[in-house]
Design a protein around this ligand. Structure first.
Ligand code: AVJ
Length: 335
């Protein structure tokens, strides 16, 4: 649905029937993950309505430094970053997983002040988030051209490839790349690179390696919000797939491995128990203290990022750091 009355419009790439499809996909992924010898559930399923609200709370926790560090980088460097983005010609500023776009708006305001010619294209799987974002642009910055896209990252990039030719700057912020394994993140970067021309850019946010307890506490906060966020995955299975998880019989557990920078989260069964999933009729057994692996949040070295860039045909142009060097936003140029 789009209208000429506004500069800010939304396109929905998710098919009408997708509630059924996405539920089936969720059920299948749950079945596959819980059937494994080492049980897993994908972190991509954290973000239902409740999970998204809990993640908003996580971003405000004193222990969760990531968001504040990236906000600092944007605030301190907005003039230079905007100049690097803008160059001469018109460009598309694509924000993968935009959410509330709190950090992106800092740059957008700066770009507008510098009178840059650009269109802002936030991409998110949450239609609600994109409605809210578009509405906020209509009131806060009505002059900015905004084309929100509701869909999966590569579905959106394929649509943009067809419909929005021209120079592109893609942002992938918040260390969202950290949920991928090293192999997955290189193939992600290669797929992103496919949609870019030489000279186009990728602005990548990554959480850096640091004193292990600092990292660990960010994923095991004192208030228990991260535990609630992790356990919500079981509540979601109960709600959407008719599961009968006794959620209080599971506990959140987080470890950091300084050898490979893998911050890992688990849900641990505190007793011997069976769980059935109503929609598929599947039964899963949990031994006492058996773990479900639910998330990786990788931490990087700058050399590691340079290696990933190398493997995906990007060149590291500029590295922006916060004062403590906890987090980096890295401008990569497509070769
Ligand atoms: C949204 C993937 C960047 O890994 O830090 C926060 C999600 N998980 N606390 C992260 C998350 C637990 C977050 N990302």
């Amino acid at each position: 649905m789009s209208t000429t009355l506004h500069q800010a419009t939304i396109i929905n790439l998710i098919q009408q029937n997708s509630t059924i499809d996405s539920n089936t996909l969720f059920a299948e992924d749950v079945k596959t993950g819980l059937s494994k010898k080492q049980k897993t559930l994908s972190s991509r399923y954290f973000y239902d309505g409740q999970g998204s609200r809990l993640f908003q709370q996580i971003m405000e926790l004193p222990e969760y430094y990531l968001t504040r560090c990236e906000y600092e980088i944007f605030t301190e460097n907005k003039a230079v970053i905007s100049q690097q983005f803008a160059q001469k010609e018109f460009f598309h500023l694509i924000d993968l997983g935009a959410g509330d776009a709190l950090k992106s708006k800092i740059l957008i305001k700066e770009l507008a002040q510098q009178k840059s010619a650009f269109e802002y294209i936030p991409v998110d799987i949450s239609g609600d988030a994109m409605q809210t974002l578009v509405a906020s642009f209509r009131t806060e910055m009505p002059a900015i051209q905004v084309q929100a896209v509701v869909g999966e990252y590569f579905e959106a990039l394929a649509w943009l490839h067809e419909n929005k030719p021209g120079r592109k700057v893609i942002m992938f912020l918040g260390s969202n790349i950290g949920n991928f394994t090293l192999t997955e993140s290189i193939s992600f970067l290669q797929r992103v690179r496919y949609y870019l021309q030489p000279g186009d850019s990728l602005f990548l946010g990554v959480d850096l390696r640091k004193d292990p307890p600092t990292i660990l506490q960010a994923y095991d906060d004192a208030a228990g919000t991260t535990a609630e966020f992790n356990l919500n995955l079981l509540h979601r299975i109960n709600r959407e797939l008719g599961g009968n998880f006794q959620v209080e019989q599971f506990k959140h557990y987080a470890i950091y491995n300084p050898l490979n920078g893998a911050m890992q989260s688990f849900l641990i069964s505190q007793k011997d128990q069976d769980v059935t999933i109503g929609t598929t009729g599947e039964l899963f057994h949990f031994s006492a203290w058996e773990a479900i692996h639910t998330e990786n949040s990788h931490k990087y070295s700058l050399d590691g990022v340079a290696h990933m860039a190398d493997q995906s045909n990007f060149k590291v142009e500029t590295v922006y750091l916060d004062e403590k060097s906890y987090f980096a936003d890295i401008l990569l140029k497509a070769n």
